[in-house]
Design a protein around this ligand. Structure first.
Ligand SMILES: N[C@@H](CCC(=O)N[C@@H](CS)C(=O)NCC(=O)O)C(=O)O
Length: 204
């Protein structure tokens, strides 16, 4: 049995999908319908993850792992030769975790009201302002670096790329964030990223 990624096209599970392809690991992608909570292999999402959301990574021994920062680091550690995460215990690894926590709790979650049809216009406007504030800070951090941790692509880049991409779907204009624009272009051009985007129908 190989790894199974339970995900939904274009959501945060895309970051895990990119990481699996960057790592060169064999995996199966199983689609989850977030409305019905059914998976395309006829399982209940809540049976896989009681918390009721994607991504869920099913491991070869049948265990499941959830929460994007944990899943991304697990995948990176399965293929250490790919350099998708610095070695455990190094300061660079804590920098990676710092980025993953920021992207997860400060950026990803700031989009929540924008994807919720029940949100008021006021809540949406507040979310747009928060996302813009966060991405403006990210733009400044990019400085001279190609990727978040410096010259090497890591799983944090997969996650930031996916979250920054959501701005297109919710009408947030980030064209003034020039370094972020160049950065997203560089990530988008990676062969594994192209493969994941194509597989999820996000590019042709
Ligand atoms: N804390 C979770 C958040 C995951 C999450 O927000 N998943 C979204 C897609 S990006 C989802 O499945 N939402 C459906 C729902 O909450 O009903 C993680 O890091 O994995």
């Amino acid at each position: 049995m190989s790894l199974k990624l339970y995900g939904t096209f274009g959501t945060c599970s895309l970051a895990v999908h990119i990481a699996l392809r960057e790592a060169g690991l064999p995996f199966d992608f199983v689609m989850v319908d977030l409305q019905t909570r059914k998976t395309s292999d006829d399982r209940d999402l809540t049976a896989l993850n009681e918390k009721g959301y994607v991504p869920v990574l099913e491991l070869e021994d049948g265990q499941t792992l959830t929460e994007v920062p944990a899943v991304l680091q697990y995948i990176a550690d399965l293929a250490p030769e790919k350099g998708l995460a610095p070695p455990t215990g190094t300061m660079a690894r804590y920098r990676l975790q710092e980025w993953l926590s920021f992207i997860n709790s400060e950026l990803h979650k700031a989009f929540g009201p924008l994807f919720n049809p029940m949100s008021s216009e006021e809540a949406k406007a507040q979310s747009c302002a928060k996302v813009m504030e966060r991405l403006t800070w990210v733009d400044r951090q990019l400085g001279q670096h190609t990727f978040l941790l410096g010259g090497e692509f890591t799983v944090a880049d997969a996650y930031l790329f996916v979250a920054a991409g959501w701005t297109k779907f919710v009408g947030i204009d980030i064209s003034e964030l020039k370094r972020l624009g160049v950065y997203c272009g560089q990530v988008a051009g990676r062969p594994a990223v192209q493969e994941a985007l194509r597989a999820e129908g996000l590019i042709t």
